[in-house]
Design a protein around this ligand. Structure first.
Ligand SMILES: *Cc1c(COP(=O)(O)O)cnc(C)c1O
Ligand SMILES: [Zn+2]
Length: 416
């Protein structure tokens, strides 16, 4: 069973009933966190009980908010590989490098985790219609889980969001609206239509349970590393739910006695064309300020102002981590580097973590012997519009000079 007890404001601590639909704190407007009876979880569950459970995020059912298992809306999300990356690690100078690869999850990004949790809980609480502004990937995931749950879906996304996201939302039966603007503009439209359309908004952190789905990334890293957290976690930050969720669940795990008080240094990466979190971090500010003219190819990072910014900054500071921005050129180079060295074709957001690692290794902020986990938050297959195919085209029957066709004679790779 779920050990959910209540909701609590992440800023002012006000309590809310978890058996009713909730959005944000009515006193201060900040996000609500789900709280669990962790003493009871500790009595009912041991680490060993998890062995052999289903290979999805729902293996952590006790620490998730759905009370009746029949309400779980799942497509098999989670329990993604934590892959050792020795070739890439050697190249960067960090042999203990790991990639948590969210690219193989349903709908192709870790957004599936949050929306599996949110749609399941919405179904449990009787919601019939949901709406959301999205940079693209969340829309695709919401549409898929909405279809599976039989709930009506309305998504608003920037017109230049990846085409795949509009197509997948449409094909799974969602009502799709393209907005000439950014995700913040899309968010205003969702808020405006709410009263008239009677839809429930599952906008990032305005709904308490997406972050619960995303916290399972932290649970998986802990379990996959034998309950010893890595030294550094590098995470590409947009709305911030992933880093916020992992930070939250590490505390839950400590309360259960499953980990100690040590924490990884949490590194938040954004793109130079939209970097409100690194800017606030550098300024010593508690919250970020709206980033004007946000622009980056990493669509999931194009969030000019996040409701949970103060929680991201808190995780970064309390963990002794850092926040930095990389250029689109650096992150696109990193896409190729990760793909060539490990066979993982990352999304640009995921590749940003590699570009960031390069920088902090060069600065001396990471030691050679430290264990580093990069989060590849989605598959590069969503972003093929960003790449040109650079291949010779030949005709059958054409007499080919193979050596000149491939530029150089020795095209072999160095073996591992
Ligand atoms: C949404 C998104 C992000 C940012 O995620 P948050 O946890 O909301 O900060 C990163 N990568 C991809 C691929 C995304 O779709
Ligand atoms: Zn509050």
């Amino acid at each position: 069973m779920s050990f959910l007890t209540h909701l609590e404001c992440s800023k002012c601590g006000k309590r809310f009933d978890a058996n009713r639909l909730q959005t944000v704190c009515d006193a201060c407007g900040k996000p609500l966190f789900a709280r669990y009876d962790l003493d009871a979880v500790g009595e009912a569950l041991t680490k060993r009980d998890l062995v052999g459970r289903e290979a999805s995020m729902w293996r952590y059912y006790e620490l998730l908010p759905v009370r009746d298992r029949r309400n779980i809306v799942s497509l098999g999300e989670g329990w993604t590989p934590l892959t050792h990356a020795p070739r890439l690690g050697a190249e960067i100078g960090v042999p203990n490098l790991w990639i948590k690869d969210e690219g193989i999850i349903p709908t192709g990004t870790f957004k599936a985790r949050g929306l599996s949790a949110a749609v399941s809980k919405a179904k449990e609480l009787g919601v019939r219609r949901v709406a959301m502004p999205s940079a693209g990937n969340a829309a695709g995931a919401l549409s898929a889980y909405g279809a599976r749950a039989g709930i009506e879906v309305y998504v608003f996304m920037p017109e230049d969001a990846p085409k795949v996201n509009a197509v997948e939302s449409q094909i799974t039966g969602a009502n799709v609206v393209l907005v000439r603007g950014l995700i913040t503009d899309a968010g205003k439209l969702v808020a405006e239509g709410m009263a008239e359309m009677g839809w429930f908004s599952v906008s990032t952190l305005k709904e308490p349970y997406r972050v619960e789905g995303k916290k399972t990334m932290g649970l998986e890293v802990a379990e996959q590393m034998g309950w010893e957290l890595p030294d550094v976690i590098i995470y590409p930050t947009g709305g911030g739910t992933g880093i916020i969720g992992m930070w939250k669940v590490f505390d839950e795990l400590e309360r259960l006695g499953w980990i100690g008080s040590e924490r990884p240094r949490m590194v938040s990466v954004q793109a130079e064309g939209c970097a409100p979190i690194p800017r606030a971090y550098a300024a010593g500010a508690e919250e970020s300020e709206l980033w004007e003219g946000a622009k980056t190819v990493a669509a999931g990072l194009r969030v000019p102002k996040a409701l949970g910014d103060f929680l991201v900054l808190r995780a970064v500071r309390e963990s002794g981590g850092t926040a930095l921005a990389v250029s689109d050129g650096e992150l696109m180079d990193a896409v190729g580097l990760m793909a060539r060295s490990e066979g993982i074709f990352p999304c640009p957001e995921g590749a940003a973590t590699l570009a960031a690692l390069r920088r902090i290794v060069n600065d001396g902020q990471v030691d050679r012997d430290e264990r580093v986990v990069l989060f590849n938050t989605g598959t590069g297959l969503i972003y093929t519009d960003l790449f040109k195919v650079e291949a010779p085209t030949v005709s059958p029957g054409e007499k080919l000079d193979f050596r000149s066709l491939f530029g150089r004679a020795d095209h072999s790779r160095r073996a591992r």
